[in-house]
Design a protein around this ligand. Sequence first.
Ligand code: 5AD
Ligand code: SF4
Length: 443
Amino acid sequence: MSDPKKLFIRTYGCQMNVYDSERMAEALGADGYVATDTPDDADMILLNTCHIREKAAEKVYSELGRFKGLKADNPDLKIGVAGCVAQAEGEEIMRRQPLVDLVVGPQTYHRLPQMMEQVAKGEKALDTDFPEEDKFEHLPVRHGAKKAARNPSAFLTVQEGCDKFCAFCVVPYTRGAEVSRPVDRILNEARDLVERGVREITLLGQNVNAYHGAGEGGDWSLARLIWALDKIDGLERIRFTTSHPNDMSDDLIEAHGTCAKLMPYLHLPVQSGSDKILKRMNRSHTADSYLRLIERIREARPDILLSGDFIVGFPEEDDQDFEDTMALIREVKYGQAYSFKYSTRPGTPAAERALVDDAVATDRLHRLQALITEQQRAIQQRMVGKEVGVLFEKAGRLEGQMVGKSDHLHAVHVHAPDGQVGDLRRVRIVDSAPNSLAGELVG
Ligand code: 5AD
Ligand code: SF4
C-alpha cells in the first residue's frame, strides 16, 4: 500500500478558523489525507486565512511565495487557500499566484472533496459561494476523526456571519449574513465530543449571542441552548464567544447567574468609550448603555471576568474620545482585552475616511494597553487565596506539574503528581505571575 497523503494546514486568526481547520482536516481525512505538522513533506498545503488584520492579503501572498521551492521539488504538491482572504480575494489569488490549485471560502469547504477531484485532474478549483445548504450537514461527522487523546476543551461553531456592519469590519462581507445551526445538530455534536473525552465546550460564533437556531417549538436563544447543553452528563463547562452588547438578552444574563456549568467569563467587545466614535463605527450602542449592561451582568454573576476588544485611532477619534475610552476601561476593569490600532479594510464604510496620525494612534494604543495590563494583573493578584476549578489540559514543564484553565480562563500551573489531562480539580491559587497563576490542589 502506498503511504497516506500528507496534509499541512496553517491556521490564522480567530477560534472559528481553528474549528474550520479541524473540520477541513476531517473532510480531507475521508479522502485519505493524514495531518503533518510541517509543510516540507506535505502533499497538500492549506492556508486557512484571516482578513481582519492589516495587509492580510499581502501576508498570504508572501507566505505562498515561500512554497515555490517545495512545489519545484514535488510537482504533485497541491496548494490551497481557505478562509476569509480566500473569500475576499477569490480569483485574484489564482491570478496573482499560479502556484495555487484551490481557493475555498469559509462557507463552501464541505465541497472540498469534489474540489480535490478537480485538482487531482490537474484543474484549478475555486468556490467562494454563499450557498443555501448548511456546510456542517455535508461534512463527515466527527466520529472517530481523531481517536487519540484530545484536548478536554473543544470549540463548537453554533452561529456564523454577522449582520451588524460595524464600519471598520470585513466580517459581514467575508463570512456573510448571520446563520444559526439547528439545535439538534449542535447537541449531537456536543454529545459526541463528550463521549470522546471533552469536558469543556466553547460555543463559537461571530455574533454568538445572536444565536437563534431552529429547535423544538421554534427558534431557540443561546441561553436555551446552553440550558440544553447543561443537561449533558460529563460536560462540565460551557463558554461562548464572541458577543455583541446589543444581543445580551435577559435570559442569557440570567443564565450567567444560575447555570453552574456556564463559566464566569464574558468577552464583550465595546471598541470605544466615546459615543461620537461608537456612532461613526455604527455600533448602535452607547458607552452608557454598555456600562449599564455590565452592571446587570455583574448583578447576576458578581465574580464574572470581563474581556473586550478596543480599536484606537478610528477616523476622527480626538484626544477627548480616547480619554472617554480610557474612562470606560477604568470603570469596567477588564481581566483581559485585545486592542488594535485602526487600520483600513478596503470595501468597508470607514475605508473612505481620513486616518488619525499614526504616531498619535500608536501612543494611544500603548497607553490603553498599559492600563489593561495593570487591570489584568490586579485581577490576577486578587485571585491569590481563592479556590477555583481547574481543567487540566496538559503536563507542565516541571515534574508532577499540570497546566490547565481556571473557571475565569486563567492559565494555572498546579503541582498534581496524580493529575491526568481532563481532570477538573479544586485548586487554591497561591501565586500570580504576569501570564499565569500557580495553585495547589485542595484537600
Ligand atoms: N482595524 C482594527 N481593528 C479591527 N478589528 C476589526 N476590524 C478592524 C480594523 N479595521 C478588531 C475589532 C474586532 C476584533 C476581532 O478585531 O476590535 O472586535
Ligand atoms: Fe465585525 Fe463584530 Fe461588528 Fe459584526 S459585530 S461587524 S463581526 S466587529
